[in-house]
Design a binder for this molecule. Structure first.
Ligand SMILES: [Cu+2]
Length: 312
């Protein structure tokens, strides 16, 4: 988990974190524009490059289906052209009176059935994978849609909430980020770790969607939706609210920043009340633990996260 295979910025920042020790505000640097991985590109035709396991599976199926559809279309087009040319009146003045051919009828029934079955197997398995529940030790992030910004709460890590607004256009351009996609405070998450993303809304229906992570789930007032998300690589992934939610619907972008686990923990410690469990403040103070978890409502997950966190 949390391996960095490319670039050296997270490694450098992680090293800085270690030297900074337990300093509450040390060790975290927001990723720069060189880390942008998921964003739309001008003139692109296909889905965005995928950075989650489910996204890679889904893109594979999508490309496979395109090939199957393309080949079938070409085959049918070829048959049509052949019939038009070979059996036109000029070339074939006395048409055949054949009405049945058992062999060909069996073939043109069986072959399409086999093709559909072959498509159904990966298709249904992808469908069920998209509804897979997060494992018990997943890190919970509660996403709340507001008119018109996002809130990201971390109930397993002290219950703080990050309020995320679109970065003003000139500031984003000056810093090298895409205008109207960059935000002031990103949703920072650990890479390679199962995340339990829960969505809800405070006012009207919003939708939390990040195309390059194959992730989209509605945020509905009074309801809590949940989906598993795992991100493969550190980087910045952009998305947008995808349910028309009012005047500034187009101006509530989503920026997900995935970091190696130790850097993510350093970020958590910079947040008000943020904890990752390795310092055992909760075990040392059961009253605070009870207060924190009753607020968060995720006791089991906070406990489950501790053994993993204690290894560093
Ligand atoms: Cu919205």
């Amino acid at each position: 988990m949390a391996e960095v295979s490319e670039g050296d910025a997270p490694v450098a920042a992680a090293a800085a974190d270690e030297t900074a020790g337990d300093a509450a505000a040390g060790g975290y640097e927001p990723l720069g524009p060189e880390w942008i991985k998921g964003q739309p590109t001008a003139g692109a035709l296909d889905v965005q490059e995928q950075f989650s396991p489910i996204g890679k599976t889904a893109t594979g199926l999508h490309v496979g289906l395109l090939w199957i559809m393309g080949l079938i279309s070409l085959f049918v087009l070829g048959l049509l052209l052949w019939v038009i040319v070979r059996y036109r009146r000029g070339a074939n003045p006395t048409p055949s009176k054949t009405t049945h051919n058992t062999l060909i009828e069996v073939v043109w029934t069986l072959v399409p059935v086999l093709i559909l079955v072959a498509i159904a197997i990966p298709s249904i398995s992808l469908l069920s994978k998209q509804y897979e529940s997060p494992p018990e030790d997943a890190i919970t992030i509660k996403v709340t849609g507001y008119q018109w910004y996002w809130g990201y709460a971390y109930p397993d890590n002290g219950g703080f909430e990050v309020i995320s607004n679109m970065m003003p256009e000139d500031e984003a351009k000056a810093k090298g980020f895409p205008a109207q996609l960059e935000v002031d405070n990103r949703m920072v998450v650990p890479v390679g770790t199962p995340l339990r993303i829960q969505t809800t809304a405070a006012d009207v229906i919003h939708s939390f969607a990040v195309p390059s992570l194959w992730f989209k789930i509605d945020a509905v007032p009074g309801r809590l939706n949940e989906r598993l998300l795992t991100i493969d690589e550190p980087g910045i992934y952009y998305g947008q609210c995808s349910e028309l939610c009012g005047a500034r619907h187009g101006y509530m972008p989503i920026a997900v920043e995935a970091l190696p686990r130790d850097q993510w923990e350093a970020w958590v410690r910079t947040q008000p009340g943020g904890s990752v469990g390795d310092a055992e403040p909760e075990a040392a103070n059961p009253a605070a633990d009870a207060a924190a978890t009753s607020e968060a409502g995720e006791t089991a997950d906070a406990e489950a996260a501790q053994p993993a966190a204690a290894t560093n």
